[in-house]
Write a protein that binds this ligand. Structure first.
Ligand SMILES: Nc1ncnc2c1ncn2[C@@H]1O[C@H](COP(=O)(O)OP(=O)(O)O)[C@@H](O)[C@H]1O
Ligand SMILES: [Mg+2]
Length: 387
């Protein structure tokens, strides 16, 4: 009886803790947003100050030249005072001192602007640091809340008994991915759309005065909207390529690798087999992500010339082989290091993804010969359900 009450109490307390943390998280998100806005403002102000400095420097140059000229003139009239009237000399003297004052004030202005610039640059650095710190805290808090809410249990359930650490890592990877997406949207389309709104406003005002000019602005606006749309599509595609459903796994991997090869100037040879049993959508995404991550590592680390990718299908399993002829690496040592240091999730993510589906992964790598990654995955989760 008393046990029952205790558990209820604990549940209540937990619920309260979770809701408090959730609230704090929202406040933190507000802080991140404010810090981002602050950062934007500072950036704009800095660019204004920079162009102000350019202008003043031009002014100082012009005045320096003028100062030289009026001083020469003054020297000349003073030397030949016999041929010049007293008025000429006074005028030359006045002109010289007027320029001198202007020059001094321009110099002073340049100095002040530069001090302001340095201060702004420092604030900007601090703002960036603040955003990063706040994002980091949000990140940690999100993981903590998810964990407390028990969502972790389902993650662990799916992997089997690999333990909590793996579940937390998966959550962390998800959170990283979310953060990357939010940044992509913030830096790309969100900013473009904001500028489109401003431009539309401008367009409206111009059109009232000059229809042709308004139309020209409108066409620029359309271009910008198109660009934003393209970026949004890019992000959506990154999240989950729709072609996985429309075109299937083979063609999506082929298209992706061909684009990748072209962009990075690497020869990629792709061979795909015939799909025997329909592949479960979640497995398709896993294969696609694995190819993406493996190719990213190849581009980043391997220094290779050729890559070969092979996809073979059986009735129950599929096999993905990715081979490069690059510099290779010590797999064991690297994995040990990555597990200890928590610095990167690329390779560990690959292992986690494969283990999540009870697949198998083997990496053979030889220094200066290259790396071969062989992955075996079930075509659907039913296959390995009772293993
Ligand atoms: N194809 C490859 N060729 C050479 N080295 C590789 C390759 N793939 C991975 N590595 C090595 O494994 C390390 C860990 O990879 P990863 O976990 O993806 O981290 P990151 O790519 O962020 O450095 C890399 O830093 C690199 O040294
Ligand atoms: Mg990597």
């Amino acid at each position: 009886m008393s046990n029952q009450i205790d558990i209820e109490k604990v549940n209540d307390i937990m619920g309260e803790i979770i809701s408090t943390i959730d609230k704090s998280k929202n406040q933190l998100l507000d802080i991140v947003e404010t810090a981002r806005e602050e950062h934007e403002l500072l950036k704009n102000e800095l660019s204004l100050i920079k162009s102000e400095i350019d202008r003043v420097i031009g002014e100082v140059d012009r005045l320096t030249l003028k100062d030289k000229m009026v001083r020469n003139k003054l020297a000349e009239v003073s030397k030949a005072f016999k041929t010049h009237s007293e008025n000429d000399i006074i005028r030359a003297y006045d002109a010289a001192s007027e320029v001198k004052v202007e020059l001094m004030s321009a110099n002073k202005e340049e100095q002040l602007l530069k001090i302001r610039r340095t201060a702004l640059e420092m604030s900007l650095k601090r703002a960036i640091k603040n955003i990063q710190n706040a994002e980091h805290v949000v990140h940690q808090v999100t993981i903590a809340v998810t964990y407390l809410k028990g969502e972790i249990l389902s993650a662990i359930d799916e992997i089997g008994n690999e333990g909590m650490a793996m579940g937390v890592r998966i959550l962390e990877a998800q959170e990283n991915e979310r953060m990357r997406i939010s940044r992509d949207i913030h830096d790309g389309p969100a900013q473009q759309i904001a500028s489109i709104v401003m431009k539309a406003d401008f367009c409206e005002r111009i059109a009232k005065q000059d229809v042709d000019k308004g139309l020209a602005e409108l066409s620029e606006l359309k271009d910008q909207a198109r660009k934003a749309l393209k970026e949004v599509r890019g992000i959506i595609h990154d999240l989950r390529p729709m072609s996985l459903d429309d075109l299937g796994l083979n063609e999506t991997v082929e298209t992706y690798t061909m684009d990748f090869a072209k962009e990075n100037d690497i020869q990629i040879h792709v061979r795909t087999g015939k799909i025997v049993t329909e592949i479960e959508p979640i497995i398709k995404v896993a294969v696609y992500r694995l190819v993406q991550e493996l190719l990213n590592n190849i581009k980043k680390h391997s220094k290779c010339k050729n890559v070969s990718i092979q996809l073979e299908y059986g009735t129950k399993y599929l096999r993905l082989t990715v081979m490069d002829d690059g510099i290779g690496f010590d797999v064991e040592t690297t994995l040990e290091y990555l597990k200890k240091k928590h610095i990167s999730y690329g390779l560990l993510g690959i292992y986690d993804r494969v283990n999540q589906f009870k697949g198998e992964i083997n990496i053979h790598s030889k220094l200066s010969e290259g790396t071969t990654v062989m992955i075996k995955l079930p075509v659907n989760r039913e296959v390995t359900k009772h293993e």
